[in-house]
Design a protein around this ligand. Structure first.
Ligand code: HEM
Length: 320
């Protein structure tokens, strides 16, 4: 499912728009969540609009699956990517007359993967890039590490990441200050429970404010300052074991995309910083870069980052 082939494609545009609407709507405080009696009325129209968007996305994934089935029939190629793997499983199930995996399940599975995995990852990368571009000192430390470990002209590979502690620290610091899911996903208590002296009654909605955890001055020195260095001195990861920093949640329902997201983020951030010089649009200097936040289900930059990559002589040898 490589949509990067044609960045102007109608499908890609449709997908991006629908995803963005969905995130915006899902992040709005919904009166019906707090007063269940209003659920049927849907006073803000959130459920109505989301139903339309979900339907659009399901149709879009349905079209992609149909298109792929046609290509497979014409070319005979059956083993290219995750979509082929899912279709292969569907075909086996059909042959065995089992209905464990059918087209509807694949459509909904893709909806889950795209809705949970795209904006979260791209927004984290955008925040990390904005913070690095805003601070020339951090930028030059990051690039010095990359130059030393990767060497100019080479591409960053997944296997290099363990030797890039400063890049890793930037990603952690981006998660601390700008957690993409600032309130995780709301939970509901199964039964009455007492935690640290507070009683949480059965069915109460529980919201974990990870954004506030990351800005807590009793835990973090200079909490509002982007300082990747703090993570060079402490042994803390974002895998859900340390409750001071849980951008992926924790426990049984921790984000299942965590390993993939971590791989992608280090690789993308490392590659962007290693392959290009970065400058801001005319009139914007690093110090005045707008870092305001827009709260939704994901925490976006209020003013999306517009940064211009400048190909350096050495990076122009990097193949794309
Ligand atoms: C920076 C990237 C990402 C962040 C910050 C993130 C964060 C989260 C968070 C906070 C949750 C809820 C955990 C909870 O309620 O305790 C979650 C759930 C989920 N994430 Fe991610 N995620 C990211 C990337 C991904 C990717 C790449 C995928 C898949 C390709 C993915 C798939 C999912 C799914 C399917 C769930 C729902 C799990 C469930 O309900 O049990 N996420 N994510």
């Amino acid at each position: 499912m490589d949509m990067a082939d044609d960045t102007n494609s109608v499908t890609l545009k449709e997908l991006k728009e629908a995803m963005s609407h969905m995130m915006e709507e899902l992040g709005k405080p919904n009166l019906a969540d707090y007063f269940p009696i209003l659920r049927k009325i849907d006073p803000q129209g959130i459920r109505r609009r989301n139903t339309v968007t979900f339907r659009k996305l399901i149709n879009l994934f349905g079209r992609i699956i149909d298109q792929r089935l046609k290509v497979r029939e014409a070319s005979g190629l059956k083993d290219d990517d995750i979509l082929d793997t899912l279709i292969n499983m569907m075909v086996v199930d059909q042959e065995k007359k089992e209905d464990q995996l059918d087209k509807t399940i694949i459509e909904h599975f893709l909806l889950d993967l795209f809705s949970a995995g795209t904006e979260t990852t791209s927004t984290t990368l955008e925040w990390a890039m904005a913070e690095v571009i805003k601070s020339p000192e951090i930028m030059s430390k990051a690039r010095a590490e990359l130059d030393q470990v990767i060497c100019k002209g080479n591409q960053v590979k997944e296997s290099d990441v363990s030797r890039l502690p400063y890049i890793q620290a930037i990603v952690k610091e981006a998660f601390r200050m700008h957690p993409t899911a600032p309130l995780l996903i709301p939970r509901k208590a199964d039964c009455d429970v007492e935690i640290c002296g507070y009683t949480i009654p059965k069915d109460a909605q529980v919201i974990v404010n990870v954004w506030a955890l990351g800005r807590d001055s009793s835990t973090w020195e200079n909490p509002n300052k982007f300082m990747p260095e703090r993570f060079l001195e402490m042994d803390m990861d974002v895998g859900g074991r340390d409750f001071k920093l849980i951008p992926f949640g924790s426990g049984r329902r921790i984000c299942p995309g965590f390993p993939l997201a971590m791989r992608m983020l280090h690789l993308m951030l490392g590659s962007l910083l290693h392959s290009f010089d970065w400058k801001l649009e005319d009139g914007v200097v690093p110090g005045t870069l707008n870092m305001e936040e827009k709260f939704g289900l994901t925490l976006q930059m209020a003013q999306p980052l517009r940064a211009i990559p400048v190909v350096t002589t050495l990076s122009s040898t990097v193949s794309t």
